[in-house]
Design a protein around this ligand. Structure first.
Ligand code: NI
Length: 172
């Protein structure tokens, strides 16, 4: 089966606030598997459901899989909540939905993530550094926020201009 396509800026589906998952159905489990496939294929370290056009509160993450000794350990997070934020950190972020662009974003350095897995089992994870950044980035997607919404207006407008030109060039 072909992989799902990643929705890209300025697609308005990326700006929607996603709905909580009320029941983990077979369709939700199938979506999670599809998202994991897309994440590794792109490649990326996280992917949120709206990025494949599904407006539900679920994301997948695997921040260490490029390290061959660690290997692939995807985590599926349903209905995530972030709490116990500590410290600040800056990171050079990119996004599969924001092509050809990176920018420094300031985020919380250490966080606690709570959510449920695909069996409906609640879990808690304390995360710091890249993993904490990635979790905040993915939860932002579920709230219709992209990392370019967290940079200066000037930088954002320069990117939007560049992206529009790129899309226009693709049509020619
Ligand atoms: Ni992203």
């Amino acid at each position: 089966m072909p992989l799902r396509e990643v929705v890209q800026f300025p697609d308005p589906r990326l700006n929607k606030v996603s709905e909580p998952v009320t029941e983990v159905t077979d369709a939700v489990r199938a979506l999670a598997r599809d998202m994991i496939d897309v994440m590794y294929d792109e490649p990326g370290i996280g992917l949120a459901a709206p990025q494949v056009g599904e407006s539900i509160r679920m994301f997948v993450i695997d921040t260490d899989w490029s390290d061959q000794e660690i290997g692939k350990q995807p985590r599926v997070v349903v209905n995530p909540e972030i709490s116990d934020r500590e410290g600040r950190i800056t990171w050079d972020e990119g996004c599969l939905s924001v092509p050809n662009y990176n920018a420094i974003v300031e985020r919380d350095e250490t966080i606690t993530l709570r959510g449920t897995d695909l069996d409906g089992t609640p879990f808690e994870e304390r995360a710091e550094g890249l993993r904490a950044v990635c979790i905040q980035h993915e939860v932002d997607h579920l709230d219709g926020i992209l990392f370019i919404d967290r940079i200066s207006r000037l930088k954002r407008s320069l990117y939007v201009k560049k992206r529009k030109k790129q899309l226009a060039d693709e049509l020619e």
